[in-house]
Write a protein that binds this ligand. Structure first.
Ligand SMILES: *Cc1c(COP(=O)(O)O)cnc(C)c1O
Length: 399
């Protein structure tokens, strides 16, 4: 087996994974790793959680797929559960995050058409954002490394500088603006959290101008921030929200949530999906949501996050030659490094058997399962410290 027949779009780590349990992962050669990547913050309950495994097995015996031309009880149940736990009134199910974002953007534009304002097409995103890889999503984030070479920029998409409030206010007041799209806590782009005050300010501006707010909580949602939705910390809510990743606990699923008002343009026939909302995905989603929205898991996120941040700050003081900054929210933590983050990931993996994810701004992200035990958190810190030791030696050796 080689990677010869795979499109060469990934720079894969030389590690063949075979089996996982909780926060642990085993390679085919039997090495045990502590996994603080978790499928890029997707396995919110770690690997092979018994309730999720059981949900898949039970549903696999009954029914996998029927199409949305029929009523699907599991879909109605998961939509009920999501709307009961959020600002949303209605849900469209997808198979991935980027499709949920796609649905969000389409919902926003259709809303203004339904209001008799078809000229409101402009969508404003922010630098350092990540919304997935479809054309709509890459244009909304407008990160040149993802858009270049893929044809002309799509009309009506604009990028704002994150933190530039004057430009954001102007965007809200532009009469052709449909929506702004934001990750309340950025994931891939560098774990930057928008302040609670600024989120509330955006809500007030949106209410005043009729612009819709789309939150992309594909990564920061589903409990990762220590509340089920990251925007809950600010005591405000968007009009539309994309969710995915941990919603399936590792099984492909996504969802676009909206208020009845903002979804009023989404009428029969205007959107659809073959696999979105299939019974298998719904069964796992229901099981994952029940666990991840439990007070026990959300309290655990806050406790483990507090411990990890305190310990990482300590490591920052002891390794000023390696660590620049610790940031993020809940268990979406970023450690900004002096050595190259890709190299550091390799040292952590090979020398400390700790898996961490990369991120923009030379970050490594620590994305453990939300039910991580304190013992595993302590072990993660020991292994991170070892990686810092290795980094220090490498820096010295390189002179
Ligand atoms: C991962 C991610 C996406 C894309 O999700 P896919 O399932 O890969 O399509 C979109 N937005 C955010 C914030 C993400 O982290």
């Amino acid at each position: 087996m080689t990677t010869e027949h795979l499109m060469a779009v990934y720079n894969r780590a030389p590690l063949q994974v075979e089996r996982g349990q909780g926060a642990r992962l085993w390679s085919t050669d039997g090495v045990e790793y502590l996994d603080c990547v978790q499928g890029i913050s997707t396995n919110g309950l770690g690997h092979a959680h018994p309730k999720l495994v059981q949900a898949v097995k039970d549903q696999a015996d009954k029914l996998w797929h029927v199409s949305n031309i029929f009523r699907i009880p599991g879909q109605e149940a998961l939509a009920d559960a999501l709307t009961a736990r959020s600002f949303g009134d209605v849900v469209f199910f997808t198979n991935s995050g980027t499709e949920a974002v796609e649905c969000a953007i389409k919902t926003a534009r259709k809303y203004h058409v339904a209001n008799g304002q078809p000229e409101r097409i402009d969508i404003y995103g922010f630098d350092g954002s990540f919304h997935g890889r479809t054309y709509g999503a890459i244009n909304a984030a407008a990160n040149p490394s993802y858009t270049e070479g893929f044809g002309p920029p799509m009309q009506g998409f604009h990028q704002l500088k994150w933190g530039d409030k004057a430009a954001l206010e102007a965007a809200f007041r532009n009469p052709t603006t449909a929506a702004i799209i934001l990750e309340p806590v950025q994931g891939e782009g560098g774990c930057r959290a928008t302040s609670e005050e600024d989120l509330r300010w955006m809500r007030a501006l949106a209410d005043e101008t009729g612009v819709l707010i789309i939150f992309d909580e594909v990564q920061c949602g589903m409990g990762r921030s220590g509340k089920l939705w990251a925007h809950e910390w600010a005591g405000m809510a968007p009009d539309i929200m994309a969710v995915a990743k941990a919603l399936g606990g590792g099984f492909p699923i996504g969802a676009c949530l909206a208020t009845t008002e903002s979804a009023k343009g989404m009428t029969v026939g205007v959107h659809g999906s073959t696999f979105g909302g299939n019974p298998l995905a719904m069964a796992v989603g229901l099981a994952a949501l029940e666990e991840l929205s439990s007070p026990a898991v959300l309290d655990n996120v806050r406790e483990i996050s507090g411990y990890l941040v305190q310990q990482l700050e300590g490591l920052k003081d002891r390794y000023p030659d390696v660590i620049v900054e610790v940031r993020g929210k809940g268990l979406l933590l970023g450690v900004k490094l002096i050595p190259n983050n890709r190299e550091f990931m390799g040292w952590a993996r090979d020398e400390a058997h700790l898996l961490v994810a990369g991120g923009g701004d030379n970050l490594v992200r620590i994305l453990p399962p939300l039910n991580m035990t304190m013992e595993d958190a302590q072990e993660a810190i020991r292994r991170f410290e070892k990686a810092c030791d290795v980094a220090r030696e490498k820096i010295k050796a390189a002179g």
